[in-house]
Ligand binder design. Structure first.
Ligand SMILES: CC(C)(COP(=O)(O)OP(=O)(O)OC[C@H]1O[C@@H](n2cnc3c(N)ncnc32)[C@H](O)[C@@H]1OP(=O)(O)O)[C@@H](O)C(=O)NCCC(=O)NCCS
Length: 157
């Protein structure tokens, strides 16, 4: 597990379609996640290739680490890589005094929902979309999101 470099980030952007099923998240990959939040941006590499990554940051409004993006390259899934990235991120958040982590997903992203619930995250919601709890209009008017949360032991008591 390594910090994500600008070269890693450029590779992720260039090969985005190998990590994601569609282009929806492409504009959400901003270099500020390396330049401004780089101590919570992690990659797993194999043979010089990025095979999984997590872009995160610490919230400024609550003691929570937020996972902005997590993705595993097609062909490398179901090997525990996303789980490893989360564990690494949680360690980082714990060291920074966070008491929880948070992430979001589109209600139709079944893989993400399966993954986040499998690692023990719970879903906030004020409505149900595609059979899962979601927060109506969370992303913008008319665009709902599943909001995942999990408490973490911050180790200070
Ligand atoms: C979601 C994603 C990051 C999961 O990565 P991964 O490395 O395959 O996940 P892991 O191997 O760590 O999975 C841990 C557990 O989550 C669950 N899980 C993960 N992917 C799953 C899937 N496609 N279907 C059902 N359960 C799944 C399983 O319980 C799994 O444990 P198991 O393999 O022992 O059964 C990956 O599918 C991905 O990159 N998807 C495209 C990008 C994306 O949608 N990212 C999430 C954005 S919010």
């Amino acid at each position: 597990m390594d910090l994500c470099t600008k070269a890693d980030f450029d590779q992720i952007i260039t090969e985005h379609s190998e990590f994601w099923d569609d282009d929806r998240t492409f504009p959400l990959h901003h270099s500020m996640f390396i330049f401004e939040f780089g101590d919570s941006a992690f990659v797993v590499r194999e043979g010089g290739k990025v095979i999984a990554y997590l872009l995160g940051f610490l919230s400024q409004v609550e003691r929570v680490g937020y996972v902005h993006m997590v993705a595993v390259r097609e062909g490398f899934r179901r090997r525990g890589l996303a789980n490893d990235l989360y564990e690494h991120f949680i360690d980082h958040c714990r060291q920074q005094g966070c008491t929880g982590i948070k992430a979001t997903a589109a209600p139709d992203n079944e893989k993400s929902i399966r993954f986040h619930t499998a690692i023990g995250m719970t879903m906030d919601g004020d409505c149900t979309v595609n059979g899962v709890p979601a927060v109506r209009g969370y992303a913008r008017p008319g665009v709902d999101r599943v909001v995942f949360r999990m408490a973490i032991d911050c180790g200070d008591g």
